[in-house]
Design a protein around this ligand. Sequence first.
Ligand SMILES: [Zn+2]
Length: 157
Amino acid sequence: MNKSIRNESVHSANERNCDRTLLSAYADNELTQQQRQLIDLHIADCAPCAQELKELIQMKNMVKGSSAPSLEADKIEALLEGSGSRIAQTIAWTILIISLCIGLVFSVYEFYFESNLSVFEKLIPSLVWGSIIGLFVSVARQQFIARKTDKYKGVKL
Ligand SMILES: [Zn+2]
């Protein structure tokens, strides 16, 4: 009886181990490998502690001005964002883009083949859309070239 109660309390202590002293020690790199792993496990499930730890590390980074611990901050950032929500976002975007494309194809098809407009009436919007698409493509191309040359500049330096 006593033993089971003790086990339970140890278990719940592990589960909600919201210890700010430990988080601070983690940010200071003062924990053992085992302790760090426990914190890693904990912040994977505990968003407030993950946020707290991220802020602690960012604060330390500002004080130290060193770049090494920012790797830790990136890791926690990734934990906070969660791969699940990123996948959901990608799926949502894909569905949105596909349905927009289908809608566009249908309206273009109806416009050119189902409507009773004259050739001239069909030509004007074609020119308007053609120039809009042409402008968009040329801007996108300029952006792409600019980014590419930036990358090359970075390599040279
Ligand atoms: Zn916590």
